[in-house]
Design a protein around this ligand. Structure first.
Ligand SMILES: C[C@](O)(CO)[C@H](O)COP(=O)(O)OP(=O)(O)OC[C@H]1O[C@@H](n2ccc(N)nc2=O)[C@H](O)[C@@H]1O
Ligand SMILES: Nc1ncnc2c1ncn2[C@@H]1O[C@H](COP(=O)(O)OP(=O)(O)OP(=O)(O)O)[C@@H](O)[C@H]1O
Length: 275
């Protein structure tokens, strides 16, 4: 039996730079992983099975529609899976993708065949980056991955408990040919220098997502007004937003204040996993 952590993916930047003939968008995104996530428990079994537990279990499929179940099929290694669902679904922090990647890692740890980017891509554009779960520059549709060294970051994640469909957000994006990040990324000596630079970059899906879910604008305003905040932005196709703070303590204080004022929001303090 193995237990594999499935960390949330944060798109610190998300530049949409083009549109392919098959409708998939070309991206240039800086991605980090944090100490908040789901968990997969897996053990070898004659057939694949999945049970889902945890605070966000309700409504998550337990059959082949679940990306963890699909990942078990792709791995060629039948397992009995338990998914502890702690990340809100359809929230732009890659919950399903993280679960799929964690399932592929579980199969490998149990002795199954080696899983590659090509296997992961069959499960979704975000699954290859989740397979590594390291700070990465993601390009192409999610298939071109370059490792990046990032300073440790301390943040607060906020989801207003609104589910958003990724294709709908891409469909609302007006310009598909936005600027990429600089070809060579700077070296950042510390989190302040990094956050300063991050302010000059974007998430191009933030505006179309906020048109679909106006709650996103309310979350971003609350984060931007929180004490000691350095930067607030949306992750992925939303609706989860993150804000960066100088250290873990200031992030925890801001999270506590936000939770008091907005008891119905999902609010978590999160720190990036090591490079
Ligand atoms: C927006 C991101 O979260 C940024 O990390 C990801 O690119 C989305 O990754 P994902 O959820 O794994 O995406 P998939 O499950 O492969 O695709 C869902 C839908 O999102 C749109 N999609 C996704 C990725 C991409 N590069 N271009 C797209 O246009 C497509 O309409 C696709 O049908
Ligand atoms: N393991 C899973 N956890 C959550 N949702 C899943 C899972 N497998 C399949 N789904 C389905 O996938 C859809 C998207 O969920 P997911 O949580 O992966 O979205 P997301 O956080 O927006 O991901 P991304 O940031 O990659 O766009 C939901 O409609 C859900 O029903």
């Amino acid at each position: 039996m193995v237990k594999v952590f499935a960390p949330a993916k944060i798109n610190l930047t998300l530049h949409v730079t083009g549109l392919r003939d098959d409708g998939y968008h070309l991206l240039d995104s800086l991605v980090a992983f944090v100490d908040v996530g789901d968990q997969i428990i897996a053990e070898p079994a004659p057939d694949i099975s999945l049970s889902v537990t945890g605070p966000f279990a309700q409504g998550v499929p337990t059959d082949e529609q679940n990306l963890a179940f699909k990942a078990a099929i792709i791995s060629g290694y039948p397992m009995a899976l338990t998914l502890d669902k702690r990340l809100p679904p359809s929230s732009g922090i890659g919950g399903g993708s993280a679960d799929a990647a964690a399932t592929l890692r579980a199969a490998m740890r149990l002795g199954g065949p080696q899983m590659t980017t090509e296997h992961a891509l069959l499960l979704g554009a975000d699954v290859p980056v989740c397979l590594g779960s390291k700070p990465t520059r993601l390009q192409g549709i999610g298939d071109m991955l370059t490792p990046v060294q990032l300073p440790a970051l301390h943040m607060v994640l906020v989801n207003p408990k609104v589910e958003i469909s990724t294709p709908k957000v891409f469909a609302r994006l007006e310009r598909k040919d936005n600027h990429a990040m600089p070809e060579t990324l700077p070296q950042w000596p510390d989190s302040l220098a990094f956050t300063d630079w991050l302010g000059s970059q974007r998430n191009d899906l933030q505006e179309p997502a906020a048109k679909i879910a106006p709650e996103i604008a309310a979350v971003l305003v609350s984060l931007a007004l929180s004490p000691d905040v350095l930067l607030a932005r949306m992750s992925g196709s939303g609706a989860t937003c993150f804000a960066i703070y100088p250290d873990r303590l200031t992030a925890e204080i801001a999270a506590a204040q936000l939770a008091q004022a907005n008891p119905w929001w999902w609010i978590k303090t999160a720190s990036t996993l090591p490079n």
